[in-house]
Ligand binder design. Structure first.
Ligand SMILES: [Zn+2]
Length: 510
């Protein structure tokens, strides 16, 4: 969101504000001179894209901080709900504006609905059922954003944006069916992600290892590189990846200070929505913040289940070594759990009752499709590595390029590290046309010991390390020219470790 508003004197004002803020944050955290220099360097990188800030002295920013490393933007947020939101909106203001452009363009293009439709759904259907705590946080995002960028976005925009995984592909098809809309687009629920969680005799140290790569379109995926370190007034501390402006991880990968480890992959060809339910992004955030056990996690996700963004949740409780898979349909659900085993996800439902009730068109035996081909590959890889699985092995698996259907190395829609932009087939079961610019956009991993220390590793871009370049892609595939204004290069970063309470690392600036 480069603007012409920043005259040189304004820029100077901005820079001074950043230095004061950065220095103050480090002073609160007891940082040294080296930290200050690197923090200033990291912060000044992002100033150029900003408008003047007016609220740098706002007391709600106390304790909040931001730095960039390995292609990720790390933000530390702390305090009550309104303060968490304000800090989020303020520290990520330009990135929220930018993400909003890409996300709203995708939502309106795909559904053939205008933005007012989504604002109305957010205001009338979602907002009244959002817990007061999260209403305050969402309102806080708007206030922080406006203090930073003079944004025109309001709370309906931010709520609709938070629901970007559930409104277009779950609510809209349900609505079109209810209203008997003629010529409605054939919308299909998304398939996002490859993930596993393993424990007991499967892992090197007998404790839990959890890993995940996020599959989405590259336009959103390139922006999905925030590390949120959230220390809320109530509930557990959280460390998770996320996208600017959204209060849940949403792809999802997170840990909390009571030792819970959480990830998921989406259920392909899911159908259903309950307009009286509670938004998925609210339940998912609440569960990471308040669940201290697999049972508590399940209870929160089931409470007000609206069917939106229906996932197979892969959970770990590092206190007990137990892992679980919660296949959360709308009409049916199932929970599996074990202290010695593995659960993998690649967008296939597993329970016959869930498939019948919630994903009736899914074909579990069609091995050509992305979900089933990756299921086969997870089986092979996890068995091959049984007893040796640790975070290093997990990183390699997330970048794996074996197509189990062709039985050879390729980069396409069937590999755990997905590159659908090189597939002449696309992914029909998700409505992704041939050469769709989507696939694995970033990856994360952690284990029980790291969770105890509130640590995870993350890699921006394709988990294999390959770059995606927008210009040659668009030249070769003019059918995606509508994305030109917001589709960017997606450069891969290095695997990078992050932990709670972190400030910029002194020696590792690029
Ligand atoms: Zn790859």
């Amino acid at each position: 969101m480069e603007t012409e508003a920043g005259t040189s004197s304004m820029r100077r004002g901005v820079a001074i504000g950043v230095i004061i803020l950065g220095g103050a944050a480090l002073w609160w955290m007891g940082g040294n001179g080296t930290d200050l220099t690197s923090a200033k360097n990291a912060m000044s990188e992002s100033i150029l894209a900003e408008q003047p800030r007016t609220g740098a002295n706002d007391p709600r920013l106390k304790g909040a901080s931001r730095f960039e490393e390995g292609g990720w933007i790390y933000v530390h947020l702390e305090g009550d709900a309104a303060a968490l939101g304000f800090q989020h909106g303020y520290l990520l203001g330009p990135e929220i504006e930018d993400a909003f452009t890409a996300i709203s363009a995708g939502m309106t293009h795909e559904t053939q609905r205008d933005w007012a439709f989504f604002r109305r759904a957010a205001h009338e259907m979602l907002w009244p059922k959002i817990d007061e705590e999260y209403q305050q946080e969402l309102q806080g995002i708007v206030e922080g954003l406006r203090a930073r960028t003079n944004s025109k976005l309001d709370v309906d925009d931010i709520v609709a944006m938070n629901a970007f995984e559930e409104l277009p592909d779950y609510y809209v098809p349900w609505y079109n069916k209810q209203q008997k809309v003629s010529h409605a687009p054939n919308l299909k629920s998304p398939g996002n992600c490859s993930a596993f969680v393993a424990t007991g005799s499967w892992t090197k140290d007998g404790k839990i290892v959890m890993a995940h790569n996020n599959w989405t379109n590259y336009a959103n995926g390139e922006r999905w590189r925030i590390v949120f370190d959230i220390s809320p007034k109530s509930g557990y501390r959280m460390l998770m990846d996320g996208i600017p402006g959204v209060i849940a991880s949403d792809d999802d990968f997170g840990i909390n200070s009571d030792g819970m480890m959480v990830t998921e992959t989406t259920i392909t060809q899911f159908e259903g929505w309950d307009s009286n339910g509670k938004a998925e992004f609210v339940r998912a955030r609440k569960a990471l913040q308040y669940a201290g056990s697999i049972d508590e996690y399940t209870k929160i996700m089931l409470d007000g289940n609206n069917g939106g963004y229906a996932n197979d949740w892969l959970l770990g409780d590092s206190k007990t070594g137990e892992i679980a898979q919660l296949e959360l349909g709308l009409r049916a659900y199932k929970l599996w759990r074990t202290k010695d085993g593995e659960f993998a996800g690649s967008n296939w439902a597993r329970d016959p009752k869930v498939i019948k009730a919630d994903a009736p068109q899914f074909e579990p035996n069609n091995m050509e499709t992305s979900p089933n081909a990756r299921r086969v590959r997870w089986d092979e890889l996890l068995k091959e590595n049984k007893g040796k699985i640790d975070v290093n092995v997990a990183e390699k698996m997330l970048g794996d390029h074996i197509d189990s259907y062709h039985q050879k190395p390729e980069t396409n829609e069937r590999t755990l590290c997905g590159h659908v932009d090189s597939s002449p087939r696309g992914v029909d079961v998700w409505g992704w046309a041939p050469y769709f610019p989507g696939g694995a956009v970033q990856a994360k991993a952690t284990d029980s010991a790291m969770t105890k220390e509130m640590k995870l590793v993350a890699r921006a871009g394709h988990p294999c390390g390959e770059d995606f370049l927008a210009k040659p892609f668009l030249a070769a595939h003019p059918e995606y020219a509508w994305q030109e204004s917001f589709l960017r290069d997606m450069k891969a970063g290095p695997w990078t470790e992050f932990h709670s309470g972190e400030t910029a690392k002194p020696q590792k600036e690029k």
